[in-house]
Write a protein that binds this ligand. Structure first.
Ligand SMILES: [Zn+2]
Length: 86
């Protein structure tokens, strides 16, 4: 499977049970259960949009320079999609 912008539905179909979100800029590390993410955000929410929602309070994201955003990634996903999709 290779998608530029995977949705929650595609992640769930890939067998993912939990989504790990880590940011080495702010130290964020969270593990989210897929059923809850789907329930809260819907199956058609794209991963990139989900990350933006989950990291909305990231100190790096709120920095004054617009180019500086949260560096959150999903460490588990490269194994599923063959590359970093975040
Ligand atoms: Zn961050």
């Amino acid at each position: 499977m290779s998608q530029d912008r995977p949705t929650l539905a595609q992640l769930q179909e890939s067998g993912l049970k939990r989504l790990m979100v880590a940011c080495d800029r702010c130290g964020r590390l969270g593990v989210y259960r897929m059923p809850r993410l789907v329930a809260e955000h819907g199956t058609e929410t794209e991963l990139s949009d989900l990350l933006a929602i989950l990291t909305a309070d990231c100190p790096a994201r709120s920095a004054t320079r617009a180019a500086v955003v949260c560096g959150a990634v999903c460490p588990d996903l490269p194994d599923l999609f063959g590359r970093d999709v975040a």
